[in-house]
Design a protein around this ligand. Structure first.
Ligand code: SF4
Length: 259
């Protein structure tokens, strides 16, 4: 039986209480959580293909580094904070799927074979996996079936998307849905963006743009060819302080390279 009375030996404010210092406890626990996330991420096999979700990346040279599995600069791997955001994104996607299905949208996130909808091209070196396909649903002005893509965004990014639209605000996601529509032979995509702060939902119908999809597909071929030949496309900027280079995980490697 526990005995917390006077004389039990328990000293309030003693070592056990000192350990309850909230910031220190938070830091210790988070160190364990983040280390576990980083370890799990490092165990994942790197992609041996160019993902359709990356084809809209502005810098072709960066894509070649990614495809060729060039090591990122020291300290530029995903940290625990980013990995928690990725995990949360998957949970938010599950929620959005449930809400849309409850509202009468026939949203399939797996094909008849139980696998994600996807495609492989260029001998399997270009691939994409779609979040889903809506095959039927209420009359909302969209002709089904449509590709369905989901993004969970922070307030600032979400507001920018609502204001400017997918093409201007998120060119990488725009390219992704164009390429997916081309390979999955769909004429429209529905992008659902969930605001991580307010849980507001924004939906945008994106029509297929055949010329843009062709340009992206050609770009993918060029990048794969360059990676295979060990070539590096030109840098996207003339100086390392260009804003995209400042955030690039390959910046040191890139600008130290004479090529
Ligand atoms: S540092 Fe700049 S130019 Fe080099 S790969 Fe990154 S984004 Fe491209």
């Amino acid at each position: 039986m526990i005995d917390l009375n006077h004389g039990s030996g328990l000293v309030y404010g003693g070592q056990s209480m000192a350990l309850c210092d909230a910031p220190a406890v938070t830091a210790r626990i988070n160190a364990h959580v983040d280390a576990a996330l980083v370890a799990r991420n490092q165990q994942q096999r790197p992609r041996d293909y160019l993902g359709g979700s990356r084809i809209g990346e502005a810098c072709a040279r960066k894509l070649v580094y990614e495809v060729a599995h060039a090591p990122k600069d020291a300290g530029r791997d995903f940290d625990g904070g980013i990995l928690r955001i990725f995990d949360a994104g998957h949970q938010f996607e599950t929620l959005s799927i449930r809400w849309l299905r409850q509202a009468g949208f026939d949203l399939r996130d797996r094909g008849a074979d139980g696998e994600q909808f996807g495609f492989a091209a260029a001998g399997g070196k270009l691939r994409g996996h779609a979040d889903g396909v809506i095959v039927a649903g209420p009359d909302v002005g969209i002709r089904w079936p449509s590709l369905w893509e989901h993004k969970a965004l922070g307030q600032k990014s979400w507001t920018d998307l609502v204001k400017h639209g997918l093409r201007q605000s998120k060119p990488i996601y725009f390219a992704q849905v164009q390429l997916y529509m081309a390979y999955l032979e769909l004429e429209v995509a529905l992008l659902t963006a969930l605001n991580r702060d307010t849980l507001a939902l924004h939906h945008e119908a994106v029509p297929f743009d055949a010329a843009e999809a062709q340009r992206l597909s050609d770009r993918a071929v060029d990048i794969l060819r360059a990676a295979e030949a060990g070539e590096l496309p030109p840098r996207i900027a003339a100086h390392a302080d260009f804003y995209l280079c400042r955030f690039c995980a390959y910046a040191a490697r890139c600008w130290e390279n004479a090529q």
